[in-house]
Design a protein around this ligand. Structure first.
Ligand SMILES: Cc1cc2nc3c(=O)[nH]c(=O)nc-3n(C[C@H](O)[C@H](O)[C@H](O)COP(=O)(O)O)c2cc1C
Length: 209
């Protein structure tokens, strides 16, 4: 897709609302396929003495709740960081769209509930296999370590073979509080911000890029 599609008339009353809808449409596209740049955002969490960022895969979005879903190993440090402080930020950039999103939101960990079951069932065995890892992610190892059971190494397992992974699998749901959009163009950059309350869009404003 060449560049982020803009409304024809940027001065029209509905211009911001049209950009907002387009953002969620493109996030939805990114969650459904591997190609889009917005598929691989950076998730930042805070810690006692700083912050930490990591790449994650966008798995699903629910535009009507301003919600974005990711999956992870519940033993990983980011889960403890979110439980201690649920304020997170997400950074997306899509080179083809020449568009960045900075999302600030509140994260929730879901395990063994309807949402976690839905995301588990949507996942492919290739993407869920890592949840069968015997070691806690991040522990120091004496030798090179794939952290995959020997029986699953080097192949894509059947669904039945990865069932045990469901006990370490969890979903991170981020509900947006603000989304800041920046679109780069030789003709001029554009920037806007959207504010939500309880997952509902409240206001939108243009910003100086
Ligand atoms: C392209 C890419 C996609 C990744 N996707 C995920 C993901 O969806 N979930 C996840 O927990 N880690 C994912 N990772 C690994 C994380 O970036 C990170 O290394 C790991 O989760 C440990 O993070 P933590 O120690 O901060 O908890 C991905 C890494 C890369 C390079």
């Amino acid at each position: 897709m060449p560049n982020f599609p803009l409304p024809l008339d940027l001065t029209a009353a509905h211009a911001l609302s049209s950009i907002h809808s387009q953002c969620w449409k493109l996030l939805n596209t990114a969650a459904r396929g591997n190609e889009a740049g917005w598929r691989l955002p950076v998730l930042a969490t805070s810690m006692q003495n700083g912050c930490r960022q990591r790449t994650v895969v966008l798995r699903n979005v629910q535009a009507d709740r301003a919600s974005l879903l990711f999956h992870t190993d519940k033993r990983s440090p980011k889960v403890q960081q979110i439980e201690a402080d649920p304020n997170v930020s997400l950074l997306f950039y899509d080179h083809d769209l020449a568009a960045q999103l900075q999302i600030e939101g509140t994260a929730n960990i879901h395990q063994n509930d309807d949402l976690a079951t839905m995301v588990w069932e949507e996942g492919t065995p290739a993407s869920l296999k890592m949840y069968c890892a015997p070691l806690v992610p991040g522990v120091v190892c004496q030798t090179a370590e794939f952290n995959t059971p020997a029986s699953l190494q080097g192949r894509i397992p059947d669904r039945a073979e990865i069932l045990s992974g469901q006990s370490t699998f969890c979903v991170i749901e981020v509900v947006a509080n603000t989304i800041e959009w920046l679109r780069l163009s030789r003709d001029g950059n554009l920037r806007a911000r959207f504010f939500y309350e309880a997952g509902r869009l409240q206001t939108a404003e243009w910003m100086a890029p």
